[in-house]
Design a protein around this ligand. Structure first.
Ligand code: GLN
Length: 533
């Protein structure tokens, strides 16, 4: 095992303080000083992975190259670091217990009582140290939930043990909230003090405190927190509500978080911080030359986190084009033939989002028809692509009742159908076509112009596919299949020849877009939405 150092990030006071963004921002700074960093999320729930969770419960499910269905924080990690995450970067209590119980049944612990300590904590330790490969200098492990939660206790206990074992090679950053009371016009430190106390109760002394606050803490308050919580005053860092999440690395760098952390980990002779490309991105983000409005049509739009990677990929594509992206969130169930024109008025581009099941599908079909007929830039992702096939089959090819068998299993024209290898599956968890697959592009296409590569790899999460039995019906039509999986012949990408920019993809390009490397399709899509007035 290589000599890796460890940073644990815990959270206190409330959830949703942005541990993922803080971890990612710190990682950007450490990367900017030449360290090879990876970030891991430990999730305390009993699901084996979030793949079976409703997005309303958990936001987007992020998919890695190696086909893991993971927490959306892994999306932040990738977008900030431009380093792919893997199965190892997300651990859930469900997956830990699954492994232990399987081993117990096998007889691995014969004669022994299997217990939270040491068996569960050892397994968690294994999952953390599994990232200590020669590819990483520093592992940041984010512990989901809030300190004091019953379900995150085994993780905090593991942190205690590891901190003891690793000595100076491990530190803990605790993220808390310093609320502002309007009535008295003051920031209150008591919740932070209490939160550190509960961490101490479990034997963990934080080394650094990152305090989320609406306004600046000021030196006096930082000193006070330091005194009460047993940390140096330069180790009390504020995390002020920022205009964009992409500001946070700079806000933290200003307070020298990277230096504080590296010093505590015992690193000396540090390289100068180089985050030039990050700064270039920010400069462009904040100084757009134009602006467009793009609609995201989906059935979970009340919870924007359900489409996190898509909205971020649009922003990345926008920055590349020096263009501000205003996202108009449209609920697919609100769309009817009567409302469509009004709801989409003045949108220069339309994304029809991925999804499962029947709810909202009609609205998606109406949206797609509207984009097709009115020559509005269109990107259909996964279900969005499948519905583009259905819409075209019905309204252009005249197969009036065409559908996906996911929605209508008895349709006469199953243009989208369950994949052959899915038909025998009984279990729902982790059984979709997941992760990275190859796709060969047709050279004369908008997509090829975007990627400028003949063979690409993109990530997937689906059970249904274009039904190749209908290939002939589409052959001479305006719909062009320009991306095919070289092994299975599965249709991955469609375009309309006569349309300005109409692309449907069976995969999820959004997962691969990062700050440093905006995704080619999103760059091209945004470019197509900018009218040349
Ligand atoms: N429900 C569709 C399928 O399983 C699309 C999935 C998706 O949009 N991710 O194929």
């Amino acid at each position: 095992m290589s000599k890796c150092k460890y940073i644990f990030v815990t959270g206190g006071v409330t959830s949703s303080l942005g541990k993922g963004i803080v971890s990612s921002s710190l990682a950007v700074l450490l990367q900017g000083r030449g360290f090879r960093v990876t970030i891991q999320k430990l999730d305390p729930y009993l699901n084996v992975d979030p793949g079976t969770l409703n997005p309303y419960e958990h936001g987007e499910c992020f998919v890695t190259n190696d086909g893991a269905e993971t927490d959306l924080d892994l999306g932040h990690y990738e977008r900030f670091l431009s380093v792919p995450m893997s199965k190892k970067n997300n651990v859930t209590t469900g997956s830990v217990y699954e492994k232990i119980i399987k081993r117990e049944r096998k007889g691995d612990f014969l004669g022994k009582t299997v217990q939270v300590i040491p068996h569960v904590t050892n397994e968690i330790k294994n999952r953390i140290t599994a990232l200590a490969t020669k590819d990483h200098d520093i592992i940041i492990t984010e512990i989901g939930g809030t300190v004091g939660d019953i379900e995150s206790l085994p993780y905090i206990e593991t942190v205690r043990q590891l901190k003891f074992e690793k000595g100076d090679d491990a530190i803990v950053i605790h993220l808390t909230l310093v609320p502002y009371l309007k009535a008295t016009e003051e920031l209150k430190t008591k919740p932070t003090q209490h939160s550190v106390k509960s961490l101490l109760q479990f034997g963990v002394q934080p080394d650094v405190l990152v305090c989320r606050a609406e306004i600046n803490l000021g030196r006096k308050l930082k000193n006070k927190i330091a005194l009460f919580c047993n940390v140096n005053s330069d180790s009390v860092i504020e995390s002020i509500d920022a205009k964009t999440i992409y500001d946070l690395p700079l806000l933290l760098a200003k307070q020298k978080l990277d230096l504080v952390v590296l010093d505590k980990l015992g690193y000396q002779n540090l390289k100068r911080l180089n985050i030039r490309r990050w700064n270039e991105f920010l400069l462009k983000l904040k100084n757009p030359k134009k602006s467009v409005e793009i609609a995201i049509v989906g059935k979970y739009v009340e919870l924007k986190d359900a489409y996190k990677s898509i909205s971020e990929a649009l922003i990345h594509g926008g920055v590349f084009n020096r263009c501000e992206i205003k996202i108009r969130w449209i609920h697919s169930e609100d769309i009817s033939t009567k409302t469509v024109a009004g709801l989409l008025k003045d949108c220069s581009g339309i994304v029809v989002a991925p999804g499962f099941g029947e709810r909202g599908v009609n609205g998606k079909l109406i949206t797609i028809e509207y984009a097709r007929m009115n020559n509005i830039s269109f990107l259909g992702i996964c279900l969005g692509m499948q519905m583009a096939v259905v819409e075209f089959a019905r309204n252009v090819l005249g197969l009036k009742t065409a559908h996906s068998t996911e929605i209508n299993s008895k349709t006469k024209y199953p243009v989208i159908d369950l994949m052959q290898d899915q038909k025998v599956l009984l279990n729902k968890g982790g059984t979709m076509r997941l992760g990275s697959y190859k796709c060969k592009l047709v050279k004369k296409s908008k997509t090829f112009n975007a990627y400028k590569e003949e063979e690409i790899e993109e990530r997937h999460r689906h059970r249904y596919e274009f039904n190749n039995e209908f290939l002939n019906k589409f052959k001479t039509s305006d719909m062009n299949f320009v991306g095919i999986n070289p092994e299975s012949e599965l249709i991955e990408i469609l375009e309309l020849k006569s349309h300005k920019w109409f692309v449907g993809v069976q995969f999820h390009p959004e997962y691969k877009s990062t700050v440093i490397n905006p995704h080619p399709l999103f760059k091209s899509f945004v470019k197509s939405t900018i009218s040349k007035k």
